[in-house]
Design a protein around this ligand. Structure first.
Ligand code: BES
Ligand code: MN
Ligand code: ZN
Length: 511
């Protein structure tokens, strides 16, 4: 993992492979952002003009590398675009800083040390720069042979991520600043954990190996991990998890991963969909829809990462993570369309489509989690293609049984720089799931499929429990070109929102 260091020396004297500065879009061309004064001075105050000559506009995500003049210790100046310059007196917003730092860090892959001299005016800004840079400094090279992509390797067509992020302009002795740095490091490490798990192919990441990873982390960070294997699940009556997993050679697991604080006043339960591979089962997905389905455990990965982040930061709140792990495969032992499953808690479900498996494993885990009467329960899942059709690839949907809670989560997501949108739960869609043989069917009307899935989950939430559902099917896995701090592949979507939600709960300003 990339190191984060704080430097009080000037951008001119710091030894680094590159100094990162900001450039904004001004009315008459690019303008150098605050924080880069020493660098501009080394250019005789003509940095903006030099950038303009090179065609830089200051547009968001634009990266311009310049040979550094004498007077700077670093050999390279990397100017990253910040978009429109804010009105006088206003600073750049935190997500702009996060993304710019991420773009710069990505452009510096293969380098040892980048010195970030971006415009920061508060501990929050500094935290955003640190977070963006660390999140941008990510690569998944585990499966490349010959050390390709590994730091120090001679084969470097796939470069190792930037090894050190040195932050300039912060107040290293300031309490808020220090806390922001610690938070950024913990958060980035955990987002990377989620990304690594998501990117790990399903032949290596099975319910069993995923569960083992939670046990290892529990040991390292002082958490309690309890794993139910297929025997325990069968005995306990977990028909959803067993029904989805019964076609696979890799049997299901239910993990309970708990961070507890002796002074906690509240308990949040986080439930994650952990389908390590979703083939669709007997309702097999067609070609073109299964190539990325190793990502179908992104919800469980986000929950895992958030619980560990809470532990790393010692948050004064109890966080219980429930990871519903199974592999959805077709075989002679698989659940058939038309089969009826008896879920944990006794409700029965007619499985009309074995590809609607996420709601089945979640139903068991939600019912189980509710037994502990948490103050709030949030489930996270790559649940429906319908949500992707509705909101696109970068925005997750939020549903809830409490409007205020849904709004609060939407605002939290906004604050941490994750795109989300509140979705309704229209009551009339429930009857489409009426089954002629069981309590409910796992499919309803095609229209509004994401909302139908949410209504299904709602049936399994115990009365009196505040509940929200995040459908991250769109943003969990990024297939396009990297941008900002977002890499190709697993993104770690929702970890930042969940962590802030848990922090807010600890502070007592959320259910
Ligand atoms: N894992 C998929 C949803 C998904 C789609 C995730 C695209 C990420 C990207 C889920 O299990 C699924 O197959 N849902 C079905 C439900 C349908 C059969 C009711 C869907 O959305 O088509
Ligand atoms: Mn599916
Ligand atoms: Zn799925």
């Amino acid at each position: 993992m990339t190191a984060l260091t704080i430097s009080t020396s000037s951008a001119a004297t710091l030894r680094a492979d590159a100094v990162v500065i900001g450039v904004a879009k001004g009315e008459k061309g690019p303008v150098v952002a605050p924080g880069a004064e020493a660098v501009d001075k080394a250019f005789d105050g003509k940095l903006a003009a030099v950038l303009e000559t090179l065609g830089a506009s200051g547009g968001e995500g634009e990266v311009t590398k310049l040979h550094a003049p004498s007077g700077l210790k670093a050999p390279v100046v990397l100017a990253v675009g910040l978009g429109e310059a804010p009105a006088k007196g206003d600073g750049f917003d935190t997500e702009t800083l996060r993304r710019a730092a991420g773009s710069a860090a990505r452009a510096l892959s293969g380098s040892k040390k980048g010195a970030f001299a971006l415009p920061v005016t508060s501990a929050e800004d500094a935290g955003a720069v640190a977070e963006g840079a660390l999140l941008g400094a990510y690569a998944f090279n585990t499966y490349r042979s010959n050390g390709n992509g590994k730091a120090g390797s001679k084969k470097n067509d796939k470069k190792a991520p930037l090894a050190e992020v040195a932050l300039l302009g912060g107040k290293s002795r300031d309490k808020a600043f220090k806390a922001a740095m610690e938070r950024a490091s913990a958060l980035a490490a955990e987002v990377h954990r989620a990304r690594d798990l998501i990117n790990t192919p399903s032949n290596d990441l099975t319910p069993k190996s995923f569960a083992a990873a939670t046990q290892a982390a529990a040991k390292e960070f002082g958490l309690k991990a309890e794993v139910m294997d297929e025997k325990a699940l069968t005995k306990g009556g977990y028909g959803g998890l067993m029904g989805v997993g019964q076609g696979s050679a890799n049997p299901p697991r239910l993990v309970r991963l708990a961070w507890t604080h002796p002074k906690a006043k509240k308990t949040v339960a986080l439930v994650g969909k952990g389908i390590t591979y979703d083939s669709g089962g007997i309702s097999l997905k067609p070609a073109g829809h299964n190539e990325t389905m190793k990502c179908d455990m992104s919800g469980a990965a986000a929950v895992f990462a958030t619980v560990v982040a809470a532990a790393r930061l010692g948050l004064q709140v109890n966080v219980t993570g429930w990871l519903a792990l199974a592999e959805n495969m077709p075989s002679g032992t698989a659940t058939r369309p038309g089969d009826v499953l008896s879920m944990y808690g006794g409700k029965t479900v007619e499985v009309l489509n074995t590809d609607a498996e996420g709601r089945l494993v979640l139903a068991d885990a939600i019912t189980r989690a509710c037994e502990e009467k948490p103050d709030a329960l949030v489930d996270v899942a790559t649940l429906t293609g319908a949500m992707v059709l509705a909101l696109g690839n970068r925005t997750f949907g939020i549903m809830a049984n409490d409007d205020a809670y849904r709004t609060a989560i939407h605002e939290i997501a906004d604050e941490v720089g994750e795109q989300s949108w509140p979705m309704p739960m229209p009551a009339e869609l429930r009857k489409g799931m009426d089954s002629p043989v069981a309590d409910i069917a796992n499919m309803g009307e095609r229209m509004g499929g994401g909302l139908v899935a949410g209504l299904f989950l709602k049936e399994f939430v115990a009365d009196g429990i505040t509940w929200a559902h995040l459908d991250i099917a769109g943003p969990a896995f990024h297939e396009g070109a990297p941008y900002g701090y977002t890499p190709k592949g697993g993104t770690g979507s929702s970890v930042r929102t969940l962590l802030r939600l848990v922090e807010r709960t600890a502070a007592g300003d959320l259910a």
